[in-house]
Design a protein around this ligand. Structure first.
Ligand SMILES: [Zn+2]
Length: 520
């Protein structure tokens, strides 16, 4: 079977064909690209007595050990571990390849050299947004940028974009995947895109000004930031009748978030508006999206590109694969990357509807799809938030409770020590901006009931704020990513108490402790 089918027919192949072609492509990729040029995987395969030919089917991938974030983190002994994941081509090996020789004969030596440079020389990078650890750089070559554009073009297609639409890219301008995926995807698709850089670059006001001026059909960005901008737009009486699509990324998207954004979009005049979510991560160097569906229908999941990566869903405890559509942790293997390459990478992200094949009920594409809600355990682990008052708390659950809660707009969960005394007990404070005039005391009672039903704890206090105070609290326009969960338990991290009018006290140069954490 023609292996190119995987690329040309990426959205139209049956499961069996996809899996067979992926295994074939992986074997070829390992033999020609990864094992000769990746220091990490060359050693790993050798240690386990594996070769490219050990992988005859996707099931054989289980013989290969997982890669996790800790494998990429520097240690005092190995200060440059991420470098071992970057492909470093051996000119001697490349010069003997038939493809290189053929190209040199046809187009001359210089052209052959230029082509290899485009394939292997890193020219761009994005990095992870670690809080406790240093950000991990992921390098892109020209070959990777073409794939980033290809993935982005498909993402726009899946999300239902049309060339005549106008797009406002509101992701924060930073060396992070989301901004660049939207930028490269938009230009590859051939749609008008203006990038505001998010709240930190232009502020809410600057974003609103561009909404007034451009009257976008599509808004792309992080849910919390778009929520704040649309809330302000509604308050200021801004109209944007042609808004058709809100494309979300960078945070989890619950039904409640979709509902709140739809309501706000209708307030500013949008008539037919779909909210679609995307999912992506630095290590994959691309993102995937949902196709639009009706407000009362279940989304069709993230449409994956089978020619660019292989997904597995595993039981996070045993590492064993789960059955089709079963919940588990998402594991990713690159199939066509250069620069930084990871195989069987454990994302720490859990998907409750698993991986499915077969035609999407909404758009009919037959690409593999990730279904349901994604919970990112990595952020909670990194902030060591899992234990409050000695009780294990599922923050993903809490986030869904708050996102889905009626009458609640933006919110923030704050952890601190009582009286800011490091020896005192933990306190959980819930900050809320209401969407309507529902009575405070009834909302407090409802939320406390919800918390107790989902976890063993309830907030020590629930504090109400207006939209402006909430924007300050979440760091809109100050932080790269709005803060929905903050941990102020460590001494010296932040000062001040939590009276309703209080803001997070800024550090000396005007940024709060966590911003400093993120940019260091
Ligand atoms: Zn679909």
């Amino acid at each position: 079977m023609n292996p190119r089918l995987l690329k040309t027919q990426w959205q139209a192949l049956p499961e069996k064909t996809i899996r067979r072609l992926q295994a074939e492509k992986l074997r070829h990729y390992l033999r020609q690209i990864v094992l000769p040029f990746s220091a990490h995987y060359r050693d790993l395969f050798r240690q386990h007595g594996l070769t490219a030919d050990s992988i005859r089917s996707l099931e054989d991938m289980q013989r290969l050990p997982f890669t996790s974030k800790t494998d990429l983190l520097n240690t005092p002994d190995q200060p440059q571990r991420a470098r071992d994941f970057v492909l470093v081509p051996d000119p001697h090996v490349l010069s003997r390849r038939p493809a290189t020789i053929l190209r040199a004969l046809r187009h001359g030596r210089n052209e052959a050299k230029r082509s290899l440079e485009a394939e292997f020389r890193p020219i761009f990078m994005t990095s992870t947004t670690g809080r406790s650890a240093d950000p991990i750089p992921f390098l892109f070559t020209q070959h990777d940028l073409l794939n980033l554009a290809l993935a982005g073009r498909r993402l726009f297609e899946v999300c239902g974009a049309r060339c005549e639409m106008r797009t406002l890219n509101m992701f924060p301008y930073a060396p992070h995947l989301a901004f660049w995926q939207a930028h490269y995807g938009g230009t590859a698709f051939g749609i008008f895109v203006t990038s505001t850089g998010g709240g930190k670059v232009m502020g809410t006001e600057g974003n609103l000004r561009l909404i007034r001026k451009i009257r976008p059909d599509v808004l792309i960005g992080m849910p919390t930031f778009i929520y704040h901008v649309l809330l302000q737009a509604a308050k200021d009486g801004v109209r944007c009748e042609n808004l058709r699509r809100v494309v979300l990324g960078g945070e989890k998207v619950s039904d409640g978030v979709r509902r709140k954004l739809s309501n706000l979009a209708h307030e500013i005049g949008a008539r037919e508006m779909d909210v679609v979510a995307t999912y992506g991560f630095t290590e994959a160097k691309m993102a995937w999206g949902e196709c639009p569906c009706g407000p009362d229908e279940t989304p069709g999941g993230y449409h994956l590109y089978p020619d660019l990566g292989i997904f597995e869903i595993i039981n996070p405890r045993t590492g064993e694969p789960v059955s089709s559509g079963g919940p588990g942790e998402i594991v990713f293997t690159a199939l066509d990357a250069r620069g930084t390459v990871v195989l069987r990478y454990r994302t720490g992200d859990f998907i409750d509807g698993g991986l499915v094949y077969g035609p999407c009920p909404h758009c009919g594409r037959s690409a593999p799809r990730l279904i349901g809600n994604i919970s990112r355990s990595s952020e909670v682990k990194e902030m060591r938030l899992d234990k409050i008052k000695g009780t294990l708390v599922d923050f993903n659950q809490l986030e869904h409770v708050l996102d889905d809660a009626e009458h609640v707009g933006a919110w923030q969960l704050e952890l601190r020590k009582r009286n800011d005394d490091p020896l005192e007990v933990d306190e959980l404070i819930l900050h809320i901006q209401k969407t309507d005039s529902f009575a405070d005391d009834r909302l407090v009672r409802d939320l406390n009931n919800c918390f107790v039903a989902k976890t063993e704890i309830h907030p020590n206090r629930i504090v109400f704020h207006d939209a402006d105070a909430m924007r300050d609290l979440q760091g809109v326009g100050v932080q790269l990513k709005e803060q929905k969960i903050v941990d102020h338990r460590k001494p010296g991290q932040v000062s001040g108490s939590s009276r309703p009018t209080d803001k997070v006290a800024p550090a000396e140069d005007g940024r709060s402790a966590e911003t400093l954490d993120m940019v260091k």
